[in-house]
Write a protein that binds this ligand. Structure first.
Ligand SMILES: COc1cc(/C=C/C(=O)SCCNC(=O)CCNC(=O)[C@H](O)C(C)(C)COP(=O)(O)OP(=O)(O)OC[C@H]2O[C@@H](n3cnc4c(N)ncnc43)[C@H](O)[C@@H]2OP(=O)(O)O)ccc1O
Ligand SMILES: O=C(O)CCC(=O)C(=O)O
Ligand SMILES: [Fe+2]
Length: 359
């Protein structure tokens, strides 16, 4: 039964019950028509987005992928990965219908009744490879985040057929499959920029041996200025390929300072960012940069990142080619699954995860 509107979630166990245990998520909270944000979502002042720190005149690079092998295009990709850690690509090979279909499928999944979505929650899912959840790591967070998600770890078509929700399975598989071409193009260019001219099977596994797609849903929020959609973090991936809708709200940190730059939605584009695994493998030459998502008081927003990762059992560290060239390693070898577990066991705290691999 839904709680009444007069201070319905003063008691945190009632909030947990409604949002997490019953699978209503923040979408369910939003649809109750609350007039004030429950206190559990109020972020400390320093974590809220302050408009005076937004630099409206700055923008991350927009790169046309139609001539990706042209040395000037390749240079702009490597420069963007070193300077910004973020860029948008246009004229890539992922068909627009594939992108529209996965966005439609995302809405369809989140419109399912709570009890159906809840079959995929941490407590009910038959596999760790499919997880419906809310916030980031609710058990470790002092303040919750205003986001629900479905996370799908790809093992095989057979496993996806058996375990993934049928309402979005084919559209997510198609998006992942069609994105592989551009992922390989980007990795080829980025490796060449490090003088790594051959990507053999071992290297390919380390760069893109496992993939996870998240469907993110950020519902309308009663007091968006008091909370966040996603707190400051860097991704633990090699690369992230992010599809966002037309609403906007993703911000990227500029040069480790206090300034944040908006990533404007561009129809048909994909946002690319370097993750911690590539920062570590490139010995810091490519940067995984902090980003965050604001909450929105007027519109629901969705995004669909594909996290391109090493395999959980891979040891990652600075690439041997860089060290053989006389470069001093700044990271040690770490087991990727240890790195990921470290990330998920604590609340979002900016760039601190990479400290786990520092020498
Ligand atoms: C959710 O909001 C997010 C997510 C993000 C994500 C950013 C990324 O870069 S995701 C890419 C992560 N890497 C991978 O997908 C590699 C593949 N990972 C795995 O196969 C496994 O998770 C493992 C690393 C091998 C660990 O397996 P296992 O030993 O069986 O342990 P698990 O129970 O699977 O997980 C350990 C611990 O982490 C939590 N966790 C794992 N995956 C997720 C997930 N996708 N979403 C949420 N939480 C996850 C899990 O709950 C476990 O915690 P316990 O408390 O149960 O110990 C960026 C920003 C966001 O807001
Ligand atoms: O929704 C977005 O724009 C970004 C989400 C994000 O940073 C993530 O899921 O890691
Ligand atoms: Fe992210």
């Amino acid at each position: 039964m839904a709680p009444t509107l007069a201070d319905p979630f003063h008691d945190s166990s009632a909030l947990r019950e409604f949002v997490i245990n019953q699978g209503n998520g923040v979408k369910g909270l939003s649809e109750l028509g609350l007039t004030a944000l429950p206190k559990q979502y109020i972020q400390p002042l320093e974590e809220r987005t302050c408009m005076s720190n937004i630099v409206p005149q700055e923008t991350i690079p927009i790169i046309d992928m139609s001539n990706w092998e042209d040395p000037r295009v390749a240079k702009s990709i490597c420069d963007a990965a070193s300077k910004w850690g973020f860029f948008q690509i246009v004229n890539h090979d992922v068909p627009i219908e594939v992108l529209e279909n996965v966005k439609d499928a995302t809405y369809k999944f989140f419109r399912l009744p709570a009890e159906v979505k809840n079959k995929y929650s941490k407590d009910h899912s038959s596999s760790n490879n499919v997880r419906f959840g809310t916030s980031f790591t609710p058990q470790a967070e002092k303040a919750l985040e205003w986001k629900d998600y479905l996370s799908l770890f790809y093992v095989s078509e057979e496993q996806a057929s058996a375990l993934w929700p049928s309402i979005c399975r084919d559209q997510v598989l198609d998006y992942m499959k069609k994105s592989e071409v551009v992922i390989k193009q980007l990795l080829k260019v980025l490796m060449k920029g490090l003088n790594v001219n051959e990507i053999d099977d071992t290297k390919e596994s380390m760069l893109m041996g496992s993939m996870r797609t998240n469907l993110n849903y950020y519902p309308i929020c009663p007091n968006p200025e008091l909370t966040v959609g996603v707190g400051r973090h860097s991704d633990v991936s090699t690369l992230t390929i992010l599809l966002q809708d037309e609403i906007g709200g993703l911000f990227v940190r500029e040069n480790e300072g206090d300034n944040w730059i908006h990533v404007p939605p561009i129809k048909g584009s994909l946002v690319i960012n370097v993750g911690d695994a590539l920062q570590i493998m490139s010995n810091g030459r490519y940067r995984s940069v902090e980003h965050r998502v604001v909450a929105n008081g007027s519109n629901n927003r969705i995004s669909v990142p594909i996290f391109v990762n090493p395999r959980p059992a891979d040891m990652i560290g600075p690439l041997p080619e860089l060290i053989a060239n006389g470069e001093k390693p700044i990271y040690k070898q770490v087991l990727y699954s240890d790195y990921v577990k470290h990330f998920f066991r604590k609340a979002h705290n900016g760039k601190k995860t990479v400290g786990f691999a520092e020498l």
